[in-house]
Design a protein around this ligand. Structure first.
Ligand SMILES: Cc1cc2nc3c(=O)[nH]c(=O)nc-3n(C[C@H](O)[C@H](O)[C@H](O)COP(=O)(O)O)c2cc1C
Length: 204
């Protein structure tokens, strides 16, 4: 079982990096293969060139490698802070370039792109870990929690990944060390329970 872990945060000392490390620890403990990308560290180029938009084109090797991993992944863990109700641009660029037609979704025969796409990812489960400085109630009532819709509906459900789990850790700026330590334990427990369960279903 292979799990793709995608992190988007520019600061190696950030809580997001700590979440990524806790995720990797839990996956490795469970004997899962980890495909890890720290997008800032690898300086992922988030700009989708127009030549890459058509379905059947030859991709640059680094994008082809990302696409190959996305196709092979049995699960995904996406980790990022809430920036203006969106993922950081480097991560939306990763979605633009990697979650591409023929890899993540396709339109059925006779559909020129206006219909409901068919998801192609083989992954069964995805976890999205977010951090923010907004209270949950305010995020839901004032901002309508856009990250939930983006990741659950617009991206993973469309690409065929049905088991979706998202956790927003908040409020980071006022959190205590003890609270952050407990959150990291929660990350490990969540990853272990979701991917062990998926592993078991997979092996049945
Ligand atoms: C460009 C930018 C935009 C942000 N927008 C939001 C926002 O819309 N809502 C929010 O709650 N926090 C926002 N924040 C705060 C971050 O979510 C917060 O700093 C981060 O989640 C803390 O995690 P870290 O300790 O890993 O950096 C923003 C921060 C930056 C730098």
């Amino acid at each position: 079982m292979k799990v793709s872990v995608i992190l988007a945060h520019p600061d190696p000392a950030s809580f997001n990096h700590a979440i990524a490390q806790a995720t990797i620890t839990a996956l490795k403990k469970g004997g899962l293969e980890v495909m890890y990308h720290d997008l800032y560290q690898e300086r992922f180029d988030a700009i989708l060139p127009s030549g890459e938009i058509p379905k059947d084109v030859v991709l640059p090797p680094e994008i082809a490698a990302h696409c190959q991993e996305a196709s092979e992944a049995d699960g995904f863990v996406i980790i990022h802070p809430n920036w203006w109700g969106m993922p950081p641009a480097i991560l939306t660029g990763w979605v633009d370039r990697v979650m591409r037609p023929g890899i993540a979704y396709e339109f059925l025969e006779g559909d020129t792109g206006e219909g409901v796409p068919n998801g192609l990812l083989k992954a069964k489960s995805v976890i999205v870990f977010n951090t923010s400085n907004t209270e949950t109630e305010r995020e839901r009532t004032v901002f309508l929690d856009p990250l939930e819709t983006i990741w659950k509906n617009c991206i993973f459900d469309l690409c065929g990944v049905r088991h979706f789990h998202r956790r927003m850790f908040n409020v980071i700026v006022t959190s205590t060390r003890e609270q952050r330590e407990n959150w990291l334990k929660e990350v490990e427990e969540t990853v272990a329970s979701i991917f062990n369960e998926t592993c078991m279903q997979h092996n049945r």
